[in-house]
Design a protein around this ligand. Structure first.
Ligand code: ZN
Length: 238
């Protein structure tokens, strides 16, 4: 049986060459990360650590710190785009960050939502893929409780002052949820990356009437300090 699987993989590799999504080396059919890149990713993921330098008014945890390799993977997921790579990233996070000791079966995982227009372009919401995969692996609750009420410019293409207002009233509670199901629970808002933290802040604000026990956020990577340092460097250069 194993032999047959190997032969089939060989056959597919010849006719449908499959490449590592990061370094472009040849891979077996269906494998999105080569062994070297998978190792590099594993090394860059650690247990959730609280990010101290954000403006968020809730605890924000990250599973990698200012790591260029993880940030590259997050970018490839979005711009390639690759749902399979997002699933692989989530699986590595569950193992390497030992998420079973951080997320309890009673917690509710809530992804940062994506507007329908962007969803149609990309075909998936990477925050949802992460949250759903964590929930599936850890047998906890998943709920797309927040929705986008309007289309907004990507935060990355906003000026610093635009960023503050770009997301005003952009996130609301889904009309499909049963609010009492969230009462007394710990809600964990999931996203791939935190930059200034504004997107997470606005998402968390939309959950504040749910009478949760606690609301926190968990991301794969963050670059908040980097941005602050770059700004400082730019100012020094002026
Ligand atoms: Zn590779």
């Amino acid at each position: 049986m194993l032999r047959l699987k190997e032969l089939l993989n060989h056959f597919f590799s010849i006719f449908f060459p499959f490449r590592c999504h990061v370094c472009k080396n040849n891979c077996e059919f269906g494998i999105v990360l080569c062994k070297d890149c998978l190792e590099k990713l594993k090394e860059s993921i650690h247990k959730p650590l609280e990010v101290k330098d954000t403006t968020c008014d809730f605890p924000l945890y990250t599973m990698s710190s200012y790591n260029d390799f993880t940030s590259d993977i997050v970018k490839i997921i979005k711009y390639k785009p690759s749902k399979k790579l997002a699933e692989k990233l989530a699986e590595v996070c569950v193992e390497q960050a030992d998420l079973k000791t951080f997320i309890n079966s009673d917690d509710v995982l809530i992804p940062v939502p994506m507007h329908e227009k962007r969803f149609e372009e990309r075909g998936f919401n990477q925050a949802s893929v992460l949250a759903e995969t964590y929930a599936k692996k850890l047998c906890c609750n998943f709920s797309p409780a927040i929705i986008r009420s309007r289309y907004t410019k990507p935060q990355a293409s906003c000026t610093e002052s635009e960023r503050m207002t770009n997301l005003d009233k952009a996130f609301v509670l889904s009309p499909d949820i049963i609010e009492s199901a969230f009462k007394g629970k710990r809600l964990i808002v999931i996203d791939d990356v935190a930059t200034t933290g504004t997107t997470l802040q606005k998402s968390v604000e939309s959950l504040k009437n749910l009478k949760a026990k606690e609301i926190i956020a968990l991301v794969v990577a963050h670059s908040y300090k980097k941005i602050q340092n770059n700004n400082k460097n730019n100012k020094n250069q002026q």
